[in-house]
Design a protein around this ligand. Structure first.
Ligand code: PBG
Length: 322
């Protein structure tokens, strides 16, 4: 209702007034920081398309986790680059694999930090696909058995939360079942529930060395044109036992985040993915945008859309500003 007395600007006239009517407040508690573990010692290599993001050997990564915790960020999510890759992604479920070693090292040095592990095969397979390939098909049921094995070894290594990112059917149920059978009924699952086949993952695939050698991920990841389908995907994951549901990427899918939050009222995560980060970094470097301001605006928009938590490569920079 507009009356002759309406002046929207009255509550915008000073910083304190604006803070009183602010609807969305970012917090360090919202952030989950992605990290890339690789073999070696005292090794740290910047990803060329992601300034400020590194592949790190386990010793360096543990030190990074101390810094993350000291900044007040509650959680990290881990991706692994194994020493060797093969057709069936053996490194993913090797009890002494790169992620399993990394989790044990972090839990020893920084036990309070919440350690989430990404569960997928794409970093571990020689062909770069998220599961087993037969002919030109990425096979569903044989793949989810391996993903469940991978999740179990992560839990056995001390992971606090399991995050399947593969988008095969039935994986949440398979993982929940194997965790419960092995006494890990208190380990939550954060499922990449509505994950789109997106061009925004390009820089990540450089970081994780997981670009498919042939074909693409369109037979399991979602079509960017679909939103009702996201609701069906999320519903299935909740029914199979997901505790937190994720929408990924974030920025082109703010409408999906809002729908998921309003439909299910579940703890909802959004992944502010690599390409979204790289665009901000590139434009900032060129002086075309105010990088810090744009970063905070983007993170606020993701939270405003309904995300309770944000996986973001900006986490450390943003935490320093909060
Ligand atoms: C693994 C996985 C991917 C990302 C997270 N987990 C890549 C993919 O699906 O190809 C992307 C994250 C990012 O772009 O930051 N399946």
């Amino acid at each position: 209702m507009v009356t002759q007395f309406t002046r929207h600007r009255r509550t915008r006239m000073s910083p304190f007034l604006r803070s009183m009517v602010r609807e969305t407040e970012l917090s360090k508690n919202d952030f989950i920081y992605p990290l890339f573990a690789c073999p070696g010692k005292n090794f740290k290599k910047e990803i060329s398309s992601m300034p400020g993001v590194y592949q790190m050997s386990v010793d360096v990564l543990v030190k990074e986790c101390v810094e993350v915790k000291n900044l007040g960020i509650p959680a990290v999510i881990l991706f692994g680059i194994p020493p060797v890759k093969d057709e069936v992604g053996s490194g993913a479920y090797d009890p002494n694999g790169i992620i399993q070693q990394t989790v044990r090292a972090i839990k020893k040095e920084v036990p309070e930090l919440v350690v989430i592990t990404d569960v997928c095969l794409c970093e571990y397979t020689s062909h770069g696909h998220c599961g087993i390939v037969k002919g030109d098909e990425i096979v569903n049921d044989a793949s989810i058995e391996l993903l469940a094995k991978e999740a179990l070894t992560h839990a056995q290594s001390g992971a606090d939360m399991i995050a399947p990112s593969d988008m095969f059917d039935g994986r949440v149920k398979a993982i929940r079942t194997i965790l419960d059978q092995n006494n890990f009924h208190n380990i939550p699952i954060m499922s990449y529930a509505a994950k789109y086949a997106s061009g925004f993952y390009g820089p990540f695939r450089e970081a994780a060395e997981s670009t498919p050698k042939f074909g693409d991920r369109r037979s399991h990841q979602m079509d960017p044109a679909n939103s009702d389908e996201a609701i069906r995907e999320v519903q299935t994951d909740i029914e199979e036992g997901a505790d937190i549901v994720m929408v990924k990427p974030a920025l082109s899918y703010l409408d999906v985040i809002r729908r998921v939050k309003d439909t299910f009222h579940m703890p909802t995560a959004a992944y502010n993915v690599s390409g979204e980060y790289s665009m901000v970094k590139a434009a900032g470097k060129l002086g075309w945008i105010d990088e810090q301001r744009v970063m905070m605006e983007i993170l606020t928009s993701i939270k405003r859309a309904g995300a309770d938590m944000i996986l973001t490569y900006h986490a450390k920079e943003a935490a320093k500003l909060l």
